[in-house]
Ligand binder design. Structure first.
Ligand code: HSE
Length: 302
């Protein structure tokens, strides 16, 4: 194989958006950047800087390295050795899709390294990333950008990307503490009532309209009965901040599996007002005023 470097950039993502559990996701303008160079087989060099870099393994268990190998095996090729240089901007363990971003970066890097030998289509990228991540709601926006609806059909993940209304102004409050997604999933009910299912179906449908056409409907459209309340005991400060913001009329939700809080403000003025609410709330919160990323993950070859 010709020695080459795949330079990848992937956005942070916020999944669920309230009612759209395991389905809706939004790409946000915080990024991980990774350069992956093919080396002679068996070699592995990993450099990581930036957010959370101290906790990242530098061995075969590194998620981007594992993902690249998985993709090569999927197309019947032997993975080369790898030099991975990662500059992380996405906070880890905060509900902003850091593991989904690493998996998206890995499949995009594999696409770059395989170019000219085997093709990975967008369908392949989403399938491979979902197989590794377990659910498609973070990897779909990390790969494709914008607002994504992700679903599984005949066992395969699919997605639809939508443009977000330009009046929607995202704000994320990031706390000091972290939350493991598997812990946050372990407290969820295996069954839900028909009443609660209908409640979330109605709000999810409304949320698509609110995010694409009618931001004035965002408060009603972000109501949820499937997951957030059950997770409240694990992250009481998150739950309290979501409640305080919603009482004041802001469309606040738990970002992904938490513990960050996402506010979908209906304009920059409302977003500034929402930022002030966290100053009086319990806990320490870093506010991030972000844009919706419409590009999604990118890969360039050098
Ligand atoms: N839909 C996922 C969850 C997002 O809420 O568990 C976090 O990976």
């Amino acid at each position: 194989m010709t020695a080459r470097t795949a330079s990848v950039r992937v956005p942070a993502t916020s999944a669920n958006l309230g009612p759209g559990f395991d389905t809706l996701g939004l790409a946000l303008s915080v990024y991980d950047e990774v350069d992956v160079t093919a080396l002679p087989a068996g070699e592995l060099e990993i450099e990581v800087t930036g957010t959370g870099s101290a906790e990242i393994p530098r061995d075969e268990s590194h998620l981007i390295a594992r993902t690249i190998r998985y993709c090569f095996e999927a197309v019947g090729r032997t993975a080369p050795g790898l030099r991975i240089v990662a500059r992380n901007g996405i906070p880890h363990g905060k509900g902003l899709g850091s593991s989904g971003a690493a998996v998206a970066a890995g499949v995009l890097a594999a696409k770059g390294l395989l170019a000219g030998d085997a093709e990975l289509t967008d369908t392949d990228l989403l399938r491979l990333a979902t197989e590794l991540e377990g659910h498609p709601d973070n990897v779909a926006p990390a790969l494709f950008g914008g607002l994504t609806i992700a679903w599984t059909e005949n066992g395969a993940p699919r997605h639809k990307k939508l443009l977000v209304h330009r009046g929607v102004a995202p704000l994320v409050f990031v706390p000091d503490r972290t939350m493991s997604t598997s812990t946050a999933r372990s407290v969820l009910d295996a069954e839900v009532s028909r009443e609660d299912a209908v409640f979330n179906v109605s709000r999810s449908a409304l949320l698509i309209a609110a995010l694409t056409q009618s931001p004035d409907l965002l408060l009603s459209a972000t109501e949820d009965k499937l997951h957030q309340e059950r997770r409240g005991a694990q992250m009481p400060e998150t739950f309290a901040l979501v409640g305080a913001l919603r009482e004041r009329g802001f469309a606040a939700v738990v970002s992904g599996a938490g513990p960050s809080v996402l506010v979908l403000a209906d304009g920059p003025g409302a977003r500034l007002e929402a930022a002030r609410v966290a100053e009086e709330a319990a806990g320490s919160w870093q506010p991030l005023m972000l844009a919706v990323d419409f590009l999604g993950g990118t890969v360039k070859l050098t």
